[in-house]
Design a protein around this ligand. Structure first.
Ligand SMILES: *Cc1c(COP(=O)(O)O)cnc(C)c1O
Length: 394
């Protein structure tokens, strides 16, 4: 990896870190679609397997395209090391299963991503790993949940989809006080808006599928953080196989070159949309981290550089009104993704969270009329106009 001098800004590093050019002197990194790598002689091969060199061996362990993407993420998050996975869920899964063992306890925010919720409530307990779920905004509950066998705190901020904000400085202090691993899903903010490691996080996980790809093309995940923890996760992944494909890594690495400018527009559009929706007669609540009406506005402006690309609102009329709203949209896509150049609308109660009971949904803040908008890069008036005409029809 040809890294440029350390004093470069992380945004520049995300553009300039690059696998050394081949004899063709190409400007853009080529694709390394190869399962394995060759050695000149038996001694070189022995040394690589003995971890005496960092030569590539096999693409389940490492690959130049994957390493380039990881090096950029490490620079952006201000981390020591990283590993990339096939999906965001593989990153969440590996960050827990590589480090927790039978008898350990995890404290987890109750309003986490749907599949993360299923993992910590359904699968971790099967392996004797106990989990306590706590509401995002109840600091006392977090404190009380910590037990002698607690090993890790896991949280998302902003949360998906209700955009609750958890105070990272406070979470970092809680982890330090009890000697726990603080593991943060930074998917909604991206390292450009929020750097959890600065607040004491030991690990940061991402679904690279979202803002990092930014164009709805590939799945991917990444874990960055303290070198010793990442080493454990790397060894777990090397043996269990959730590695990122070189092609997806190539796409994601290219995406990081434009992420800073893309996010500026996403955040501008989302903020303008949130302001346009405030006070609309068909809506009972609009939530955006940088709106002063957000319950954790003070924390959001303290730890985030901008409010992100997601806006959510509660449509009057509940489940049916939510579905009518989606059906009336003409421009926005109805799809199960976010962080795309195209704006997306979703109705969590009838889709991502439909497998939870009504009571479970309410306990994690998914009300029947909750709508989540992922603001794309389209011209802002077109986004707002489409949403306004759909509200008129719902
Ligand atoms: C989408 C998402 C994930 C899971 O990522 P995949 O790439 O879909 O596996 C995890 N956390 C959050 C906050 C997400 O939005």
């Amino acid at each position: 990896m040809s890294d440029k001098p350390n004093e470069l800004h992380p945004v520049t590093k995300a553009i300039r870190i690059q696998t050394p050019a081949s004899q063709q002197m190409e400007h853009s990194t080529p694709l390394f679609i190869t399962s394995s790598f060759c050695f000149d002689d038996a001694e070189d091969m022995r040394a690589a397997f003995a971890d005496e060199t960092d030569a590539n061996i096999y693409s389940r362990f490492s690959n130049p395209n994957v390493d380039e993407f990881v090096a950029k993420m490490v620079a952006l998050e201000g981390a020591e090391a990283g590993f990339a996975t096939a999906t965001g869920m593989a990153a969440v899964f590996s960050s827990m299963f590589a480090l927790l063992k039978q008898g350990d306890h995890l404290v987890c925010c109750s309003s986490v991503f749907g599949s993360t919720y299923a993992m910590v409530t359904k699968y971790l307990p099967r392996f004797g790993i106990e989990c306590t779920l706590v509401p995002a905004d109840d600091k006392e509950a977090w404190e009380k949940a910590v037990k002698p066998n607690t090993k890790m705190i896991y949280l998302e901020t902003p949360t998906n989809p209700q955009l609750e904000i958890i105070d990272l400085e406070w979470a970092g202090e809680l982890a330090k006080k009890h000697n726990l691993i603080l593991n943060v899903d930074n998917c909604f903010a991206t390292p450009l808006l929020q750097e959890p490691i600065k607040f004491g996080a030991h690990l940061v996980v991402h679904s690279a599928t979202k803002w990092i790809d930014g164009q709805g093309r590939v799945l991917g995940g990444v874990i960055v953080g303290k070198a010793d923890l990442v080493k454990e996760i790397y060894l777990f992944c090397r043996n269990t196989g959730p590695s990122l494909s070189p092609f997806n890594a190539w796409v994601l690495s290219k995406s990081l070159e434009t992420m800073d400018v893309r996010l500026q527009r996403h955040c501008e559009n989302a903020f303008a949309l949130a302001k346009a929706l405030e006070g609309h007669p068909k809506i009972s609540m609009v939530k955006y981290p940088f709106l002063q009406s957000h319950p954790q506005y003070d924390i959001a402006i303290k730890q985030m550089k901008a409010g992100g690309g997601i806006v959510c609102f509660e449509i009057k009329g509940g489940m049916q009104a939510g579905r009518d709203f989606l059906n009336a949209l003409q421009l926005l896509s109805m799809t199960a993704n976010l962080g795309d150049s195209r704006s997306i609308a979703s109705h969590p109660a009838s889709t991502t969270h439909s497998k939870l009971s009504e009571a479970e949904r309410l306990s994690v803040g998914i009300t029947p009329g909750l709508i989540r908008i992922s603001a794309g890069l389209e011209y802002i008036d077109d986004i707002v106009n489409d949403i306004m005409q759909a509200l008129d029809k719902s």
